[in-house]
Structures are given as C-alpha cells and as structure tokens.
Design a binder for this molecule. Structure first.
Ligand SMILES: [Zn+2]
Length: 47
C-alpha cells in the first residue's frame, strides 16, 4: 500500500502500487495526486 494525497481536496488515499497507473481521487475525481511520504521516525535510545 502507498499513501497519496489529492492535490485538489487534500484527502489521503491509499492505493495499491499495482493500480498507481490509474490513479484518481475517489472523493473528487481529481487525477493529480502526490505521493505521501511516511514520516521518518528515528528513535535514538540513549544507553
Ligand atoms: Zn480529491
């Protein structure tokens, strides 16, 4: 799964990578989505 954000309505859409060629916002029908990067969580544990 990959997360995309609709550039029109800013909703987050989860899509399978296999369907990424037919990418379209299910809410507003807009076809330009930007891939959402998962926030990098780095945990440095002090010892
Ligand atoms: Zn949309």
């Amino acid at each position: 799964m990959a997360e995309y954000v609709c550039t029109a309505c800013r909703k987050v859409i989860e899509l399978e990578l296999a369907t990424a060629k037919k990418i379209q916002c299910p809410f507003c029908g807009y076809r330009i989505l930007e891939k959402r990067r998962a926030p990098v969580v780095k945990r440095v544990e002090a010892e």
